[in-house]
Write a protein of this length. Structure first.
Length: 473
């Protein structure tokens, strides 16, 4: 281990180590300002091992290989001797290993790609060239001078490039014509006809593709996300590790409507990563996915709904009554919340999670009211006794419960006064999926409004659900 970074000790180009095992095909090649910093981050965040590095005469990394979960990821530094200047940070390049690099390069040019580095035998022994396809994506093509070991099938999908382009259908045609790509799964489209995800195979390697989403509408060239597929229950801790080591979680890891656990991060260098878990069991039906996509598109893909068994939340607070609207509820919470935290501390209750609100009644008619509580989530061990001792009347401070049942949950990111839109979307989802909602609906506040900008506030909305037609208790 390095004494200064804690990452794997760098390997020299002549120490005889092989590349990390991977199948022939597509390998992601990440361009960064500092390879050492990137490798250090990946060692801490994803337990990556460095296998091989090759600097130019100025010390810039021309080629570096690391192993992540048994699969290779290539790294090089901007400005190295072989840098074509076509890639700016952060960006990834697709590296294609093939037995016929010259033939593949000629095919790329035939179908509109631009040759950036002439295909030729390079000083390290490989035949190598670099191309920019008509959609802006950079490809390097070569044969391999290293022994590339075969790996079990479950490792072959660990790292998958996801390329986002302006016209995915045209890009798929290009890949088919120029590189002999084969469609693995038919493209999944949103209600507007945009391709959300298509999967193709090129020389044994997998590439995923999609149209630019609305968030990427201003982009004019291809952009790439590294899709990192891990085992069950590993994506969440990996996202936390990204965040703990200087990265940013853009979309929380959660079950997605296509039946896979997925989340999105940026590493500290701006490279986007999609963290996904191996899908278990059959995917949802096309009908279910169509409903999710229709509602998701209606609300600009702001929300993702997950059905999960939520544990009991023990919320210490007053039982308040206010008008059933956001401003009135906020005013009441501002009055009662300090006393709730002070009371929980005085009672010696341990905090057991984020602060919560639970809504026990809600009358949406004109002039209607809601009865709710808001306060810290406390450990359940002493909650029962405390309810008997402290919660004698209906308005006093005490421990009240929510959850302990099947809920649909979603994460709202943004100001609290926009939660109404979140509830509107979620209740629409509940109806479309054949459920009925139950009370109490509750919210978990995952960051502190005192030190968080309103647009970054995170609120987990939890709505208990039952099958449609279930009698009320």
């Amino acid at each position: 281990m390095s004494a200064t970074t804690g990452s794997a000790t760098p390997a020299s180009p002549c120490d005889g180590r092989k590349h990390p095992p991977t199948r022939r095909g597509i390998i992601v090649d990440v361009m960064v300002e500092s390879a050492d910093k990137f490798v250090d981050f990946m060692g801490k965040a994803a337990k990556a091992k460095e296998y091989f590095r090759f600097p130019d005469e100025d010390g810039k990394i021309m080629h570096l290989a690391i192993d992540i979960g048994g699969v290779a990821l290539y790294v090089e530094e901007l400005g190295n001797k072989m840098d074509t200047g076509a890639i700016s940070t952060p960006h990834g390049r697709l590296h294609l290993n093939t037995d016929d690099p010259a033939g593949v390069g000629a095919k790329l040019v035939e179908h509109g790609a631009k040759e950036l580095t002439k295909m030729a035998e390079q000083f390290w022994g490989a035949t190598f060239g670099v191309y920019q396809d008509p959609f802006g994506q950079i490809w390097s093509v070569s044969n391999s001078t290293n022994t590339i070991e075969d790996v079990p099938k479950e490792l072959a999908r660990k790292i998958i490039p996801f390329v986002s382009v302006r016209d995915c259908s045209a890009y798929m045609t290009f890949l088919t014509d120029a590189l002999g790509a084969e469609v693995v799964y038919p493209p999944a489209k949103d209600p507007t006809g945009k391709i959300m995800c298509a999967e193709m195979k090129i020389n044994g390697g997998i590439i995923m593709l999609g149209d630019h989403c609305s968030k990427d509408a201003s982009k004019t060239e291809a952009s790439m996300t590294i899709a990192y597929e891990v085992g069950k229950d590993e994506a969440g801790p990996l996202a936390k590790s990204f965040k703990d080591n200087g990265g940013e979680v853009l979309e929380e890891v959660s079950m997605q409507f296509w039946g896979q656990v997925w989340g999105r991060c940026h590493d500290p260098f701006g490279q986007p990563w999609g963290l996904c878990e191996v899908q278990e069991g059959p995917p949802p039906s096309n009908e279910d996915m169509a409903k999710d996509m229709e509602i998701g598109a209606k609300y600009n893909w702001r929300y993702n709904w997950v059905v999960e068994d939520m544990p009991i939340v023990y919320c210490y607070g007053a039982m308040s009554t206010s008008a059933a609207n956001g401003p009135a509820i906020s005013e009441e919470i501002n009055k009662t919340l300090p006393a709730a935290f002070a009371g929980a501390a005085a009672a010696g209750l341990a905090m057991a999670g984020p602060p919560a609100s639970a809504y026990y009644t809600w009358d949406s008619s004109p002039g209607g009211t809601t009865k709710f509580t808001c306060g810290p989530s406390v450990a359940g061990g002493g909650a029962s006794a405390l309810m008997k001792d402290v919660n004698g009347d209906d308005i006093g401070l005490g421990v009240r419960t929510a959850g302990g049942c099947k809920c649909v949950t979603t994460l709202h990111t943004g100001p609290y006064d926009e939660l109404k839109k979140c509830y509107e979307a979620t209740f629409e989802w509940v109806e479309a999926k054949g459920y009925e909602s139950r009370m109490p609906v509750f919210e978990l506040y995952e960051n502190d409004p005192k030190d968080t900008p309103p647009e970054k506030l995170k609120t987990k909305v939890c709505i208990p659900i039952v099958a449609k037609g279930t009698p009320k208790a």
